[in-house]
Structure formats: structure tokens, C-alpha cells
Design a protein around this ligand. Sequence first.
Ligand SMILES: C[S@@+](CC[C@H](N)C(=O)[O-])C[C@H]1O[C@@H](n2cnc3c(N)ncnc32)[C@H](O)[C@@H]1O
Length: 280
Amino acid sequence: MIAQSIQKHRRYFAKDSPDAFERERLALLTEVADPITTRRLSRLGVGPGWHCLEVGAGDGSVARWLASRVAPEGRVVATDLDTRFLARHGCPTLEVRTHDLLADDLEEARYDLVHCRFVLMHVHDPVRALRRLAAAVRRGGWLLVEEMDTAAFGAADAAHPCAAGFDRRMRAMLAALRTTSTMDLDFGRRLPALVEEQGLQELGHDATTFTGRGGSPLARNRQMTLQLLRGRLVAAGVLTESDFDDLHQALEDPSFWFVGFTSFGAWGRAPGEVVTHYSI
Ligand SMILES: C[S@@+](CC[C@H](N)C(=O)[O-])C[C@H]1O[C@@H](n2cnc3c(N)ncnc32)[C@H](O)[C@@H]1O
């Protein structure tokens, strides 16, 4: 029984969410996060001819962006446990693989760029997963990892009528998730030190915190994520149905501004000369 429940929590929390729902939830996330990601990737110089690995690609928005940047000679391999949104992209430079970052083989020293966003926070051994990502980078290639951190999450204006209730409920929910799930909601802040441990050079890191108001893409993404967690947290007695209704209402209200999550980015370059490209 205990083993079963650990196993259950090791599964990606949105694995069983219905297609249309999950597609929209991921699209809202990419609408918020892609501008920061593409800025970070552009700074690394990704361009024609590069061979890239996009791990835990989700709806594939970053993989498609990379594929257009590296065309026509470059290649992008996009992996995910769940590739339901990655098929039928019609992009000749993009290969899709169903792949578990912790369990399945990954080529070593192969890619000019290995990128992963908001995935390590969901796996039960993120440090081993990061080591595998770093090992896939070829000499002279780049690793860029981006992860969330929810420590700043909360109402922007303590005087707003929704603020106190919103903060209290979110605190209760985040505390429960920190102790009962493999989702590491504070993983982002660990990235600079963990990436440094991978023996890379030209290290860098930054962080961007997203703010939003009720009804914004960020708010709608948070509402949908809450909806996925609702049944489990109500059953566990962490929050009531009416708490979730109140959170939902605050996130609908355009007069309610909140601080969302922070996206930490950390990057580094594998030592050694860049070697000639070969086909993948
Ligand atoms: C929050 S979504 C992020 C998707 C995408 N990277 C983005 O930022 O838009 C997390 C993704 O990680 C994938 N994932 C979770 N565990 C994984 C694992 N062990 N190996 C590969 N992908 C995994 C999920 O299927 C999901 O697509």
C-alpha cells in the first residue's frame, strides 16, 4: 500500500489530464514563459546547423522555435514521457521521441545545446536527471536549464479584498505539496549551484519573476493547475471545495494582481573545442 502510494506520487501530476485541457494549460504556460526562454537561448547563440535536445518538451513550442532557428542543416530532438502534443508538427528538422529522462538511454556528448524547462522539478531524482542532461552536451556545446520557484507567489496588494484569503490558501497548498509530492516547488533557486557542479565553463544564471492579474494567461494557467490538484488536496483535508472556489474567483478578477512564479535559468558550456557536426 505504501509502495503503491509512493509510486503514485512519482508519476507526473498532469499525466492523466484530458487532451484539450492539458493542451490549453501548456499553451498558457508557454505564452508566459517562452519570451524569457527564447531570450536566454538567443543569448547562447543557437543558430543554423546546431543539433539540439529539448527534454520534457510539453506542447513543443520551444522545440519548434529551435527547429526554425537551426534549419536547414541543424536538427532538434524533442523528448517527453508523454508525446501526445508533439506529433504532426510537419517540421523536417524536428524528431520526437517518447523518453523518460531518468530511465531511458540518452546519447552522451552529442548535442550543441541541451535545454530543459520546468521538468526537473517534477522528477523524483532531479540531480541525477541534471547529470544526464549535462552528459549529453558535446564538447563546446551548451546546457541551459530553467526551473520554477514559487517562493514569491502571493497577492501583490495586501489591501485587496481577495489578498489575505488568497495568500493563506496558497500557503497551505504549497506547504502540503512540499511535503506530499515529488513536485519540488523551490527547485529553481538550486539551479546555479547544481549546474556549476556539472564541470561546465562560461557559467551564467538569471531569474525572472512573472506578475499577473486575474484573467491573464498566467492566472488561467494557475487556475488550471489548481483544478488538477483540487481533488487530491480536498481529499487530504488541506483545502475545502469552497477554498478552491475562492482561489478561482481571485484569479478571475482583473482588479486582483499577484506575484506568480520565478523562472530561474542556469547555463554553462562543456569544455573543449567544438567538433565537426555529424548526422543524428
Ligand atoms: C510543466 S511541463 C513543461 C513542459 C515544457 N518543458 C514547457 O516548459 O512548456 C513538464 C513536462 O515534463 C514531462 N516530464 C515529466 N517527467 C518526465 C520524465 N521523467 N522524462 C521526460 N519528461 C518528463 C511532462 O510530460 C511534461 O510534458
